[in-house]
Write a new protein. Structure first.
Length: 286
């Protein structure tokens, strides 16, 4: 090989290496961009029920490593329509339903959104360097939140008040008030925390709530107010419910009435002979 040929070869090799480096950089940038988009979708739609490396929750499994546990197409099908897989007898889908007793709602993601979401779940580290923009959030008012919860203040979109299905033992708004359709929400703030609870109220990913709030979403201010209310009662000891106290009081009065009636009859039974005896005694003396 001549000196000129050797120089040309070295130049071509350097150009090839540079091209590969640029291609790798572009691929890495695209992966990071997808992961950042997927992180936003995950926070909005998945975070209320799932973690990514934080362990299983009562509402759903930890999604770390889920790409290795299931095929990509299965995940796409499950996210899109989990009920369809359950009805079709899919073993994995039915196992999740039996374990968590909660059917995940369907999500109508565009193909690009689904790709971004799964990319983030597979490569969450790609989005860690991204500093999310600070978005000013509404300041919550616990008094307004309680009014929204019990229905004294109506939701802007016309959704049903929380008390229609749920109670909070700390406030005395427990099952005794008739709110027995859904679980007691006493520990909700402790279970999820402020940020995740606000995210939960955005999507409300529960089948029984979809029909109520899918077309009647909560406003940003309403979510902040409800979260503030839930936070204000966090850690409080649940008192005896008002209705329960009334029931106990009525039962006590009834008990005293029964005792009084029985005692009066007994008193009459003892008093009458004494009165008669007294009368006869006076008559004999006269």
């Amino acid at each position: 090989m001549t000196k000129q040929s050797r120089s040309s070869f070295i130049l071509l090799a350097m150009l090839l290496v540079a091209s590969l480096a640029v291609a790798a950089q572009q691929t890495g940038a695209q992966l990071t961009k997808l992961a950042e988009e997927g992180e936003s979708l995950f926070r909005q739609h998945c975070l209320p029920c799932h973690t990514l490396g934080g362990g299983d929750r009562v509402t759903g499994p930890d999604l770390a490593g889920v790409m290795a546990r299931h095929e990509r197409q299965w995940l796409v099908d499950f996210i899109t329509n989990p009920e369809k897989l359950v009805k079709a007898g899919d073993p994995a889908a039915n196992q999740l339903l039996q374990k968590y007793n909660l059917l995940m709602p369907s999500h109508e993601f565009q193909p690009s959104q689904m790709n971004a979401l799964l990319t983030y779940i597979a490569h969450p580290e790609e989005a860690t360097h991204h500093t999310a923009e600070t978005v000013p959030q509404a300041s919550g008012d616990p008094v307004r939140g309680e009014a929204l919860f019990v229905g004294m203040k109506a939701f802007a979109s016309g959704g049903a008040p929380c008390l229609a299905c749920h109670g909070i033992a700390q406030t005395g708004l427990g099952r005794a008030t008739g709110a027995s359709y859904g679980p007691d929400l006493s520990s909700t703030f402790d279970d999820f925390g402020e940020e995740e609870l606000i995210n939960l109220l955005v999507d409300l990913p529960f089948t029984s709530m979809e029909a109520i709030y899918a077309t009647r979403p909560l406003t940003e201010q309403e979510r902040a107010d409800l979260t503030a209310f839930m936070g204000s009662i966090s850690g409080q000891i649940a008192p005896i419910g008002t209705t329960l106290a009334v029931h106990v009081g009525m039962a006590t009065l009834i008990l005293f009435a029964i005792i009084g009636a029985l005692g009066w009859k007994r008193f009459q039974g003892v008093r009458q002979p004494l009165v008669e005896k007294g009368r006869h005694g006076k008559g004999e003396t006269a």
